[in-house]
Design a protein around this ligand. Structure first.
Ligand SMILES: [Zn+2]
Length: 227
């Protein structure tokens, strides 16, 4: 059993980018924590209370035990020293084997800030002689998930087979009824996400997949898990 930490700018980013992977890890009895850097508000049909209920419901669907929301401002998220330290404290507490953070190319400034902020916080995590809470810890690996507003076809490290988890993933995203609903006319986004995962699945000859990127080479212990 291992600990994993997923850092995202907004509630629903983690689900859209890697909800299938999160559900798979939870099913294997790993401990997954999602850290949302903002509560996602304001949005046209949301309230902080409604968003909190939705993100808690999504966490239950994915089967994870813990979801943390930091009070950074939605739409104006910034990579500051104070914000890095707050995120580093969560990293020092969770001590993840893998830190999952957004991809580094995006149109949404919050997503870009989240990537920079999380990368810096990973480094801050190992600092000694600091007022940050917790014991020093350096997450050994960062992987980047895709919730980007660009229609990218980026260089990938790998695609994970999420065939057994695709329905759970879509159910988790559907919990965000204030964001995806008939009135906003955007329920088709759920089909679009499913289709995108189907496309990535087709690249590994499986029904559904989720892509991940890495700045470093990904090492394998052996070839057994290659599809
Ligand atoms: Zn987002």
């Amino acid at each position: 059993m291992a600990d994993f930490l997923v850092i995202a700018a907004h509630p629903d980013d983690a689900e859209i980018g890697m909800g299938g992977t999160i559900a798979a890890l939870a099913r294997q009895d790993h401990r997954v924590t999602i850290l949302d850097l903002t509560d996602g508000e304001p949005t046209p049909m949301g309230t902080p209370e409604r968003r909190r209920q939705e993100s808690e419901a999504a966490a239950r669907v994915l089967g994870i035990a813990r979801r943390v929301t930091l009070p950074f401002p939605n739409r104006y998220l910034a990579d500051t020293v104070e914000n890095r330290m707050a995120v580093a404290e969560v990293i020092r507490e969770v001590r993840p084997a893998i830190l999952f953070i957004p991809y580094w190319v995006d149109a949404h400034p919050d997503h870009l800030a989240a990537e920079r902020l999380a990368e810096a916080a990973r480094f801050y995590g190992k600092l000694t002689k600091t007022e940050m809470r917790g014991e020093p810890y350096y997450a050994p690996r960062i992987l980047h998930f895709f919730c980007t507003h660009y229609r990218l076809h980026a260089d990938l490290a790998f695609v994970l087979d999420i065939t057994d988890q695709i329905d759970r993933k879509i159910d988790a995203i559907a919990c965000y009824r204030s964001q995806f609903n008939l009135e906003r006319g955007n329920l088709g986004l759920l089909d679009g996400i499913r289709a995108t995962n189907q496309y990535w699945g087709s690249r590994i000859r499986r029904p559904y997949g989720e892509p991940f990127a890495s700045k470093e080479a990904v090492g394998l212990r052996g070839l057994r898990d290659l599809l």
